[in-house]
Ligand binder design. Sequence first.
Ligand code: FAD
Ligand code: NAD
Length: 460
Amino acid sequence: MVMGDLVRDVDVVVIGGGPGGYSAAFRCAELGLETVVVDAGKRLGGACLFEGCIPSKALLHVAAVLGEAERAKEFGVDFGPARVSLDPLRKWKSERVIGKLSRGLASVAKAKGVEVVGGRGVFEDARTVRVEGDDAQALKFKHVIVATGSAPSPLRDVPLSERVMDSTAALEVPEIPERLLVVGGGYIGLELGQVYAALGSAVTLVEMTDGLLPGADRDLVQWVGRRVDKQFAAVRLNARLEALRETPSGVEATIAGAAATFDRALIAVGRRPLTEGIGLEHTRVKQDARGFVQVDARCATADPRVFAVGDATGEPMLAHRAMRQGKVAAEAIAGRPAAFDNVVVPAVVFTDPEIAWCGLSETQATTEKRAVRVGRFPWAASGRAATLGRSDGVTKLIVDPESGRLLGAGIAGPGAGELIAEAALAIEAALLAEDLALTIHTHPTLSESLMEAAETLLRG
Ligand code: FAD
Ligand code: NAD
């Protein structure tokens, strides 16, 4: 402890104010625990609000509007060439979207009596967190929740610069580069690649594996694959970025032995946990080889006073998982019988078209040699999809062949991210394909595709 530091006793310290941290803190406060959040930026929202989910979805909305305007030509509506002004776009994103939500979180914290202190939280010992920064102090806790999240993984020998951006820099939209290289064909490479392509950049995407969104079912991914094949200047699969060199006028990339020049590059090759240098060695917490904190179903670590939630605890690094874990940790600390016993963590890639899935995938079923039945409904047969001019999608359900119980679902198409919620609920509730087939879905809607996919399974 540094001489002169303020020392306080609190019930719970939460290190990190992202979705995992603030969800945990709010629930702790609701359960009557005095709770202090230590956040490096002295604000709630974390990567999700300031450099992740929210800004990327705001920009994807802009891209969707541009895409719709282009598509409208098909039915005789021509708005003329789009003119994008970056200053108002950035102002809208920062003030009307992020600023509004940030103020909302601050007022919820105030209403619940959660204090947010600014600075880096570092474990001094297994009972004390030292806050380094503006609000320097030592917090003695009964329990602590590590919710420090994650940061973009760097690419070896490729330092970031003004031209070589990570997702945080790219979300600021410093300009619309004429030629943009995107390294990584995962969530971020595709979402932000589509944003920049819609704004007018010629995007070249390089993915080292043989397909986009590795791990996701190919019959879903093909829909976004077809779209980016048209939208991007090039999609290079099985290709690695071998070197990236700055030149006076751009960046020169070596890909599969050949050099090509771009105005900017976006590196999106995954994320790593922010668990280094926070004094975890002063606790009994265990970490895996990649630095993720190991937790049990209660989000408890190997140290009885220390809990951990969110990206710091591993895959899938998604905000809704972090939020659920946050609530579980808070309830466990308050002595309630809570567990992260969810059957599914749904995933959505907010591309055009969206790709969403939850539960068992076909890929996983094949790997595990697990017998399943799959019911598919192509959106080409959907009335609603036709009225939207968007037949580019599919809904599929994966069921247990004996019982008909729903095990997984995958949806590709505009709005898939909303539609997957019904499948997630059905799986959590242990419903059968028959339950979905017999539920009246409003007509004409895309939600009927879940009912239709279920009906194909009943037909045998
Ligand atoms: P974070 O949100 O990373 O928050 C951690 C907080 O802790 C930060 O404020 C950080 O400054 C602070 N911190 C770190 N170390 C310390 C310390 N020692 N002391 C004090 N404070 C500290 N997920 C989705 O579910 N849907 C999406 O659409 C989506 N889109 C994304 C788009 C992008 C571009 C990115 C990068 C991510 C996206 N994600 C999305 C992932 C999502 O942002 C994360 O899963 C989520 O933010 C994790 O929440 P968290 O609370 O674990 O950590
Ligand atoms: P990712 O893991 O989704 O994708 C990284 C991709 O980069 C992979 O396809 C990988 O094969 C490829 N890659 C790795 N090294 C490479 C190299 N040297 N050259 C070429 N390709 C390479 O990671 P991401 O896109 O950076 O996103 C990070 C995480 O953030 C995601 O896994 C997800 O958890 C979260 N996220 C979620 C959303 C969402 O929910 N919609 C959106 C964005 C980010």
